[in-house]
Design a protein around this ligand. Structure first.
Ligand code: INI
Length: 158
C-alpha cells in the first residue's frame, strides 16, 4: 500500500463563496474585500459564485458567518473585519469574540470559515495589511478558502 498524500489545489475554482464584511473601519475592510474578490476572480470564480454580506461590526461577524455557512449555499465563507485597538478596551472583547466565534463556526458548520479579520494596535498596521507593506490579508484569506475547499473535497472522496 502506498502512502496517500493530499493537499488543496489553488488552480481551479470550485463551488460558491460567501464573504462577510464588517462595515467598521470600512476604509480598511473595503480594501480587504476587494483583495479577496480579486484573488477569487484570478482563480476562476465568476461574479455569480460570490455573495457578499455586510454587517455592522466584527462582533456581528460570527452570527452572519454561521447563517451563511449553515445555509448550504456556500462551499466556504470568508470573514472580513478590522479591529483596531486605539485607546479602547472594547477592542479585547470585539477581537476575542470575532476570533472565538469564527473558530466555532469553522469547527461546527462543516465548511471552511476563513478568519480574514485583522486585529492591530493602530491604523498604520491595519493599512499595512490592506494592500501595502504586508500584502492584502483579504487576498490571503481567499487563497486559504480555495485551498481548503479543494482539500475537503479530496478528503470526502478518499
Ligand atoms: N468593530 C470592529 O469591527 N472594529 C473595531 O475596531 C471596533 N471598535 O473599536 O469598537 C468595533 N466595534 C463595534 C462592534 O463590532 C459591534 O458592532 C458593536 O459592539 C455592536 O454589537
Amino acid at each position: 500500500m502506498a502512502i496517500k498524500e493530499i493537499e488543496g489545489k489553488l488552480n481551479h475554482a470550485e463551488g460558491n463563496i460567501g464573504i462577510v464584511v464588517s462595515r467598521w473601519n470600512h476604509f480598511i475592510t473595503d480594501k480587504l474585500r476587494d483583495g479577496a474578490v480579486h484573488s477569487l476572480k484570478k482563480h476562476g470564480y465568476t461574479d455569480d459564485a460570490i455573495t457578499i454580506a455586510y454587517c455592522p461590526g466584527s462582533y456581528e461577524i460570527p452570527l452572519v458567518s454561521q447563517k451563511m455557512a449553515e445555509s448550504g449555499k456556500f462551499d466556504a465563507v470568508i470573514a472580513i473585519g478590522t479591529v483596531i485597538r486605539g485607546s479602547t478596551t472594547h477592542y479585547d472583547f470585539v477581537a476575542g469574540s470575532a476570533n472565538s466565534g469564527v473558530l466555532h463556526v469553522n469547527h461546527t458548520s462543516g465548511i471552511p470559515v476563513i478568519f480574514g479579520v485583522i486585529t492591530t494596535e493602530n491604523i498604520e498596521q491595519a493599512i499595512e495589511r490592506a494592500g501595502t507593506k504586508a500584502g492584502n490579508k483579504g487576498e490571503e484569506a481567499a487563497m486559504t478558502a480555495i485551498e481548503m475547499i479543494s482539500l475537503l473535497k479530496q478528503i470526502e472522496s478518499l
